[in-house]
Write a protein of this length. Structure first.
Length: 331
């Protein structure tokens, strides 16, 4: 059984464990995607009815559950979304359980025919549901991109960096609330649409005419390209074309835009940028991300490197940033 880590106050003194279930999520940064918009997650209490569902809130705080698509019969033991071997084991166990329920049941002695048929029908229905849900879970595991897995992997890394030891089976589910099924469907559908659009770009599109969507111009993928996303060599060809395009853009920038950029004219270029006369303009509407280093001073490069290694601002920025990219194919 995974033990809940201790809580710490502002002075670094440890205090209670299970008795502080209401403040556990806040103390360890546990939050959900709904809280980004100002709404409350499943572990928060309602101000309109303070006593409603408090037992459910307590249960979810003490025993949070990992998300899944089809593991409905084995919900309490669902592993973390980034633990693929454990997910395959649990899914296979549910599949075998469903097949066992679907087998013919031996009637008991002195059991009526109606009761025997009813029990067999219930067993067959439950077994069919388990097999169907297991198939859905296998389909999810076959996807190359899984938002739940990315989220679980990010929070597992966060737990290790903050001195906690996440469970190999359950992950870091005690520190955050997973995204909802609706958000998972939205992100997965967006990824599938983007992949299909990227693979349906016409083969003979030139880089000069359409640079941003000329990703697959050198790949012969045919009219049914969206069905070839899972084949071997497809993503390798995409990677090679990306490198070729980036190399061409880099050479073009070095020969044209950055040809006169040197350390000797650095001060002059900075003055032009600050005055708004240079080729690069500062966006005044840009809001800096909420990345802080605490109360530590950074007077030397060593201090900066130490704080950067300790706080990992890129991870914080990744947790605060949520965006979707949609590729529009050429018509």
């Amino acid at each position: 059984m995974h033990r809940r880590p201790y809580l710490f106050d502002a002075d670094g003194q440890s205090k209670a464990g299970f008795g502080q279930h209401t403040s556990f999520a806040k103390a360890h940064g546990r939050h959900s995607s709904s809280e980004k918009d100002g709404s409350k997650g499943p572990g928060s209490s309602s101000t309109d009815s303070p006593s409603s569902f408090w037992l459910l809130d307590l249960f979810l705080d003490l025993f949070p559950r990992n998300p899944s698509v089809g593991l409905r019969f084995l919900t309490p033991i669902v592993p973390a979304a980034d633990n693929r071997p454990a997910l395959y084991m649990v899914t296979t166990a549910q599949l075998l359980l469903g097949l066992q329920w679907m087998t013919r049941r031996v009637p008991r002695i002195a059991e009526s025919r109606f009761r025997a048929r009813l029990a067999s029908a219930v067993r067959y229905l439950a077994g069919s549901s388990a097999v169907l849900l297991s198939g859905l879970e296998y389909s999810r595991l076959a996807l190359p991109y899984d938002p739940w897995a990315e989220e679980a992997r990010r929070w597992r890394k966060w737990a290790w960096k903050n001195g906690h030891k996440p469970s190999w089976w359950f992950g870091s589910i005690w520190f955050y609330t997973p995204m909802s099924m609706a958000e998972w469907k939205h992100k997965t559908s967006a990824w599938i649409a983007n992949t299909a659009n990227a693979l349906e770009i016409e083969e003979n599109t030139s880089l000069a005419a359409f640079k941003d969507t000329g990703l697959l111009t050198g790949i012969s993928i045919g009219p049914h390209a969206s069905l070839k996303a899972g084949e071997p060599h497809t993503y390798e060809d995409i990677y090679r074309n990306l490198r070729r395009i980036n190399r061409m853009r880099m050479q073009t920038a070095l020969k044209e835009e950055l040809s006169n950029v040197t350390e000797l004219n650095k001060a002059e270029r900075i003055d032009l940028i600050l005055e708004g006369k240079g080729p690069v303009h500062i966006c005044e509407k840009y809001t800096k991300p909420n990345i802080t280093f605490g109360n530590h001073k950074m007077e030397t490069d060593e201090d900066f490197e130490m704080m950067w290694e300790k706080f990992e601002p890129w991870d914080e920025l990744g947790q605060e940033t949520d965006f979707d990219v949609r590729l529009i194919p050429q018509s």
